[in-house]
Design a protein around this ligand. Sequence first.
Ligand code: FAD
Length: 455
Amino acid sequence: MSEFSALRAQLQGELVLPGDADYDGARETFNAMHDLKPGAVALVAGPEDVVRSILFARDHDLPLAVRGGGHSLPGFSSVDGGLQIDLRRLCRVEVDAAGRSARVGGGATWGQFNEAAHAHGLATPGGVISTTGVGGLTLGGGIGYLSRQFGLACDNVVAAELVTADGTILRCDETEHADVHWALKGGGGNFGVVTEFEFRLHPVGEILGGPTFFKPSPGVLEGFRDALATLPSEFGALLGLTRTPALPFVGEEHHGQPTMALITSWTGDDDGISDVLELIGGWGEIIGQHVGPMPYTVINTLFDDLLPFGLRNYWKSLVSRSMDDQAIDVHCRQVDSVPTVESGVFFHPINGACHDRGPTDTAFPHRDATAVVGIYGTWHEAADDDANRQWVRACYDDLRSHYGDGEYVNFAPDDDPDAPISIYGENYERLSRIKREYDPQNLFRRNQNVRCPPS
Ligand SMILES: Cc1cc2nc3c(=O)[nH]c(=O)nc-3n(C[C@H](O)[C@H](O)[C@H](O)COP(=O)(O)OP(=O)(O)OC[C@H]3O[C@@H](n4cnc5c(N)ncnc54)[C@H](O)[C@@H]3O)c2cc1C
């Protein structure tokens, strides 16, 4: 298309067009349910390229998508016929070890960030898989193994370089453009393109952790619930009601069978992990366990092979403040119905340090919750789309009366354009006012979209 040729001439980076040899690689995103064909992919080389791309999309009235790590479940990081601003080349990570901070390109993955920080014995909370993008995960909140100890990923953002809808490059932090800095901590990609984050880092080297697989039983859920209430914040965890993958330390007779799987990440001392393992041992019948010392970078890769790009996904979530016996009954029935080994109902703890901030201190509102409950449908064949989507929705409906309102923006599908109103609750109005100031034309709308207030 000739209009895109004009952009190609302006960019320092590369513009990939349909028909180019690397077009399919450039447009690929995580969720194969959204096989989108952008008019062009701008592999930007720096903030100035982002400015040029934004202004080009605005002036040509083109739909715009922003791609960080490409893991958006609703496929927001690409767009049919429009311009995909692709940040993956902005992946430089500069660590200031003495200052315990890092400057991280807006297109870096957590694997790239974790490796660079780990070289200095440092880390910050990120997701539980290494291929997700720092950008999308952080802008929606960001929950990981270190969150009970150091908060959400967004809580550790000190500053950001942001390119706004009118092509301005600005730095925002607690004092400069503090309103949009607040909005970036959970408000998603609504306010512009972050070309660089500055993160606070914490001393984290080796952790003691790994998976424990249980035969499903109410005791596992009760034990997990009580552990989140009583164990110190050095206990990071993820509990999944899923099917057992074919792992060498679990007997073959269990492979593919329903299981409750706990991933433990302990940053405290050796005595502490002994106590944790003793406690866990009382939850139920263990069918396989592989817990030991490992670099923090490794625990964030445990799911990488199970969840590659190219599978089909439909995810939803709820927010849990407490888990009563009725909810435990529902979960025990659900575990038998999990359709594939990649699917499940997963608990991501967000108590501990995530509660150091209140619900309106950042755009991420769920500061009174214990865990985000993600319902993950992941499968291989298009013929199974309906059945798997239905499984996710049925699990969600069964849990709704137990957990009430609230969902995590980063796991939300795109079924409901009004979802952001309930996702953000009392923060929505403030987000909406900030949207009017920074993106009044709603150029950044491939996201859980915050709309400007009616004028
Ligand atoms: C396999 C898998 C594992 C996950 N694990 C976790 C987890 O452990 N914890 C957790 O909290 N979440 C997790 N998530 C959810 C994840 O946080 C979201 O999918 C998130 O959107 C991924 O970010 P991304 O940069 O990879 O995605 P993208 O698809 O690249 O980005 C998603 C959206 O974010 C915005 N965006 C991305 N980067 C930028 C930027 N630099 N500037 C402005 N806007 C930007 C854009 O609106 C974009 O459409 C997981 C998702 C998957 C698929």
